[in-house]
Design a protein around this ligand. Structure first.
Ligand code: DAK
Length: 261
């Protein structure tokens, strides 16, 4: 791989987009490699992923403007589909994905962070959807996911004005869950990933699916989705072990890791 570094650290993995000279901008090769990286994640072992960018300055500074500048209509659609497919894959990936946003998250960079389950950022992070200043609309789901995350009014303001916002404002509007210093960001992301990975993995996956699928349904249908995924947990060893451990009165007993079955 030229532009993606993947490292598995026990029960979680770290995907780093590594195209530092172009502030980790997303070209076709980056998107292809990201797809291949997701193919290669060992889901028998990995229970959470972290997505970040290489260097201290940028998470992802957007789709590659140089590559996009000469696209025809058909090529533009194909590029949009390639990105959308990978972003949707991240969004629906079986295990949670944490975006550790370590700098610029503009255009496609903001959009890829919004495809992740959870966003945390460094204090130098900058978010924005500058596309209308380039003569295009957001093309990797920005018009849809930003409105769902921060509400239609704030999303419209950010997209129509193309104004960037800093980390503190991203926190205030709910685009990120927490802001850390640059040094603290990755340790915090890894601590969160390890904490998620300690919980019953099938239950965590089912929670992700229930939240995602439920958000696309009306409440009556959404509750049925939750019921089904809740019921499925009762066919797992992890549920039997987790509840038996709680009910066991032997306080000396140490909790074993969940087995993922
Ligand atoms: N694409 C390509 N190269 C980029 C880039 C980008 N998005 N962002 C930065 N770079 C490159 C710069 O060209 C420069 O390269 P060299 O000149 O050194 O070769 C290098 O990274 C360092 O950038 P700067 O010299 O500009 O660094 P500064 O610190 O001065 O400024 C900046 C940092 C992030 C403020 C600035 O680089 C900037 O404004 N970058 C562009 C940000 C942006 O507008 N991003 C949104 C791109 S639009 C669609 C699919 C997708 C999309 C739309 C439609 N369909 C097909 C439907 C998505 C669109 C976008 O993401």
């Amino acid at each position: 791989m030229e532009f993606i570094v993947y490292e598995q650290k026990g029960a979680y993995g770290i995907i780093t987009i590594s195209r530092e000279k172009a502030l980790n901008a997303l070209n076709s090769a980056v998107l292809d490699e990201l797809n291949q990286t997701l193919d290669a994640v060992n889901l028998d072992e990995v229970r959470c992923l972290i997505l970040t960018g290489a260097g201290q300055k940028s998470f992802v500074a957007g789709a590659d403007i140089g590559e996009m500048s000469t696209l025809t209509k058909a090529e533009g659609e194909a590029f949009g589909k390639k990105g959308n497919d990978v972003f949707r894959r991240l969004e629906t990936f079986p295990v949670p994905v944490i975006a550790a946003v370590n700098g610029f998250a503009l255009g496609g960079g903001c959009e890829i962070s919004m495809s992740c389950d959870i966003r945390i950022c460094s204090d130098n992070a900058v978010f924005g959807q500058p596309e209308v200043g380039l003569g295009i609309t957001p093309g990797f789901g920005g018009t849809q996911r930003l409105a769902r995350l921060v509400g239609a009014g704030m999303a419209k303001q950010m997209i129509y004005t193309a104004r960037n916002i800093k980390a503190d404002e991203a926190l205030r509007i709910g685009l990120v869950n927490a802001v850390y210093t640059q040094e603290e960001l990755m340790p915090a992301a890894e601590k969160m990933a390890a904490g998620i990975a300690k919980n019953a993995p099938i239950a965590v996956r089912n929670c992700k699916k229930a939240i995602n699928d439920g958000l696309d349904a009306d409440m009556d249908a959404a509750i049925v989705i939750e019921e089904k995924l809740f019921g499925d947990c009762f066919e797992t060893e992890d549920q039997k072990y987790g509840m038996a451990f709680f009910l066991d009165k032997n306080k000396e007993k140490v909790k074993e890791p969940f087995k993922n079955c």
